[in-house]
Ligand binder design. Structure first.
Ligand code: ADP
Ligand code: MG
Length: 793
């Protein structure tokens, strides 16, 4: 900006400042510059190179006019101003007036200078804005020119391309035309040659013709031939001639074409020339434009550099200001935030302190509790340890006690065994009749009673052995070897007599009686009921046991032979229940001619003549025999008017055993007797046959009682022969036998009198001693006899 202005003004030399009187401005300047002339002598620096075009275009008229007006003002250089500012009025001591003047002058000069400075400042500002405008317009123009140039360039480029294309096509055309022309020329030349050749030929032919014509005369034939030949030749010549004409026409046309082509070529060439000229012109203008563009670009670059600098400064300042503002804002924000945070933190801290204090309190409380709990746990530990030791002690004691208990139980078991053995021994030594009492359960037909007729004492000494019967408010107590109440099963009863059965197998003579009034359960006890196995009576159970035991003893070398017989004694008559000829129709019911006489031999063995004795070797055989006997009895029962309860049933099993290893032999007898009903005559109220029957029963039973009591009293005479039953059982009731009597009792209140009678009888029997039982064992010399007996069966 400065540059453009200063360049319009002639640089001033120091001499010009000092120059003397070239108008007012110079005077003024001299006055201002007075005293500083020497220092302000240096020439003002010329401004940087500026585009001449710009100078000419932009700052032409108004700039120069402004300069002209300014040149009327007083002007200062930088050095002059500095000198003026630094100058001090030359004071003379006593020349106050002079001093004042000098000061005034300096003042005025300074004022002028100041004014100039201000003016310049204003000028500068104006200039700056103007320059800025100029620059903008320049830039705009530059851009316009650039765009225009670009457009022109584009246009000229397209024109060039078009021209080049046209040129190429024209060239191509030209070359084609030329080649065509060459071909035409060539053909023409050829035609020409051919024509010449033909003409020469024609000439030669015409010569030949002449010669031939000359010769025609000579040879007519030849002439004719020649004529023909000539004709043909003429034809050929005419043809050639026509060919020539067409060729000439062609040639003419070709030449015309050639002329046209040549003309065309010349016009194309002219066109090409003009185009090339145009191209050259546009190239030149393009170059010019490019040059201009370059210069403009460089200028713009310069201006842009300046502008950029100024902008950078401004931006820097602005950025600084913004930074500072941002920082300020940040600080403000931070302080605000910090304040808020601080408040929050303070409140939080207060809260925390509160919770802390409460926690502290809790902790102290918990600590107290903990110490208390610790103490408690210590004491508990101690007590637990004590308890544990106590527990261990207790456990030790318990185990000790258990051991002792086991020992005691073992001892008890052994004691029990010993007791049984001793009991057996005592029984054997004592040898008395044993009496068991069995009370049947109440039946639906039994009379009802308010009080129980039969009760069982619960005292320890008579437990399972005592029975009390109430009659007319009076209690009659009885004690037997065993009392079975109504709920005792067949098996319970059998367990108690199994030892007795076993002794039959060991060689003893055994009798088991069932005594009691009719309906008290004698047959139930002895035979049981056939419908269920658990209701089996003592007879089948005893036989099963004997067979099983004999099987076991066989392994020890024992051989057994068993013989079974079953008979009935009714009215002192023996009946064979196993007789195959047994007739159920007749009263006597015995087979005709059979005499059942009872005989005892010297060895104490009983034999009944004509009685059926069956060898049995298995339970199945015994079962079928028992069924047969029961049938015989049941037949009699229905046909003989309850005869069964008025007859004695005797089942006898004789057991012969031989041990070949030890040369032992033994002979046991098992008698199982279901006695007739023991009820008294008055009760039965019978007359006639019935009376006789009852009398017979009572007689035989009383005979049995007599025998037992006589044996008990050890009288010399025992009345065995008074009844068939006692005589039959004589060897088995003697001193070396084992006898068991079941007294069956009915709980029916209407039978209490009979029950008392039965129990009183049984009690008397129980008090008897029959003697010491003895096993019937023989040694070797007796074996022969046994063998003969075994064969007898
Ligand atoms: P007895 O032979 O003495 O005349 P029974 O043996 O015929 O008597 O018995 C009479 C009734 O009583 C029969 O119906 C029998 O089944 C029944 N009875 C006897 N004793 C018992 C008992 N212990 N358990 C169940 N019923 C029995
Ligand atoms: Mg009976």
């Amino acid at each position: 900006m400065m540059a453009s202005r200063n360049q319009n003004r002639a640089p001033r030399s120091p001499s010009s400042k000092r120059g003397d009187g070239d108008g007012v401005p110079l005077d003024k300047r001299r006055r201002v510059g007075a005293g500083v002339g020497k220092t302000a002598g240096s020439e003002r620096k010329p401004f940087g190179s500026v585009n001449k075009k710009l100078e000419a275009a932009a700052s032409s008229a108004d700039a120069s006019s402004k300069d002209a007006s300014e040149s009327s003002c007083i002007e200062f250089t930088k050095e002059e101003v500095e000198a003026l500012v630094n100058e001090k009025a030359k004071m003379k001591r006593f020349d106050l007036k002079g001093n004042l003047e000098a000061t005034t002058e300096l003042n005025s000069r300074l004022k002028l200078c100041l004014k100039w400075c201000q003016k310049r400042e204003e000028g500068h500002v104006e200039e700056e804005s103007k320059l800025r405008n100029d620059l903008e317009s320049y830039q705009k123009r530059c851009e316009d020119t650039e765009v225009e140039m670009r457009r022109v360039e584009e246009v000229s480029r397209t024109t060039i391309v078009e021209l080049t294309k046209e040129n190429a096509s024209l060239k191509e055309k030209l070359s084609k035309e030329e080649s065509e022309k060459l071909a035409a020329v060539e053909s023409y030349r050829k035609e020409h040659e051919a024509r010449i050749a033909l003409e020469t030929e024609k000439a030669s032919l015409s010569k030949e013709l002449e010669e031939a014509n000359k010769k025609a005369s000579l040879d007519a034939v030849t002439n004719n031939n020649l004529k023909a030949y000539n004709e043909s030749l003429q034809q050929y010549s005419a043809k050639l001639h026509s060919d020539l004409v067409t060729t000439r026409n062609l040639l003419q046309r070709v030449e015309q074409e050639k002329a046209a082509v040549v003309e065309n070529l010349s016009t194309v060439r002219g066109h090409k020339q003009s185009l090339q000229e145009q191209l050259a012109i546009s190239r030149a203008s393009q170059d010019e434009a490019v040059n201009m563009k370059h210069s403009l670009v460089t200028e713009v670059k310069c201006l842009r550099g300046d502008l950029q600098q100024v902008r950078d400064d401004r931006d820097r300042q602005l950025a600084q200001v913004q930074d500072l503002n941002a920082e300020l804002l940040k600080y403000q924000e931070n302080t605000g935030k910090s304040q808020a945070e601080l408040d929050v933190l303070i409140s939080k801290a207060q809260l925390l302190e509160e919770t802390c204090s409460s926690h502290r309190k809790q902790i102290s409380l918990l600590e107290q509790k903990l110490t208390a709990a610790n103490e408690k746990s210590k004491t508990l530990d101690m007590t637990a340890a004590e308890a544990r030791t106590g527990f261990e002690e207790q456990r030790r004691i318990v185990s000790e006690l258990q051991e002792r208990l086991a020992d005691a139980e073992q001892q008890l078991l052994e004691g029990e065994k010993l007791r049984k053995k001793l009991h057996n021994t005592i029984l054997e030594l004592k040898g008395n009749i044993r009496v068991f009492c069995r009370v049947r359960p109440s039946l639906p037909d039994d009379a009802r009673a308010d009080t129980q007729v039969v009760t069982y004492p619960s005292s320890l000494e008579s437990l399972g052995r005592g029975i009390d019967v109430m009659q007319n408010g009076q209690k009659y107590p009885f004690t037997f070897d065993k009392v079975f109440s109504h709920d005792a099963s067949q098996q319970d009863v059998f367990v108690e007599i199994s030892q007795l059965v076993q002794s039959a197998l060991d060689g003893y003579k055994v009798c088991i009686f069932a005594y009691g009034q009719t309906g008290s359960g004698k047959t139930y006890t002895m035979m049981g009921r056939p419908e269920a196995p658990e209701l089996k009576g003592l007879i089948p159970r005893s036989l099963e046991q004997i067979f099983q035991a004999s099987q076991v003893l066989m392994s020890q070398g024992w051989k057994y032979k068993m013989q079974a017989s079953m008979l009935e004694i009714y009215n002192e008559t023996i009946r064979d229940l196993l007789s195959p000829n047994r007739s159920s129709s007749c009263e006597s019911s015995n087979a005709p001619g059979k005499q059942y006489n009872i005989k005892h031999d010297a060895n104490g063995n009983t034999h009944v003549t004509d009685l059926t004795v069956v060898d049995v070797s298995s339970i199945a055989e015994i079962s079928s025999l028992l069924r047969q006997a029961a049938q015989s009895r049941s037949v009699g029962k229905t046909q003989m008017n309850e005869q069964s309860s008025r007859s004695h049933f005797v089942f006898t099993l004789r057991i012969y055993g031989v041990n070949e290893g030890t040369e032992q032999q033994l002979q046991g007898v098992l008698n199982l007797i279901d006695l007739a009903g023991s009820e008294r005559l008055s009760r039965s109220g019978a007359t006639g046959d019935r009376l006789k029957e009852t009398q017979a029963i009572n007689k035989s039973l009383s005979c049995l009682a007599d025998v037992i009591f006589a044996l008990g009293k050890k009288e010399d005479h025992v009345p065995f022969r008074n009844s068939k039953l006692t005589y039959l059982l004589q060897p088995c009731l003697g001193g070396d036998s084992k006898t068991l009597m079941f007294v069956n009792v009915s709980p029916d209140p209407s039978s209490v009198g009979e029950s008392l009678c039965s129990l009183k009888f049984a009690a008397r029997v129980n008090a008897c001693e029959i003697g010491v039982p003895r096993r019937q064992m023989n040694l070797r010399p007796a074996i022969a006899a046994v063998d003969s007996r075994l064969s007898y069966g």
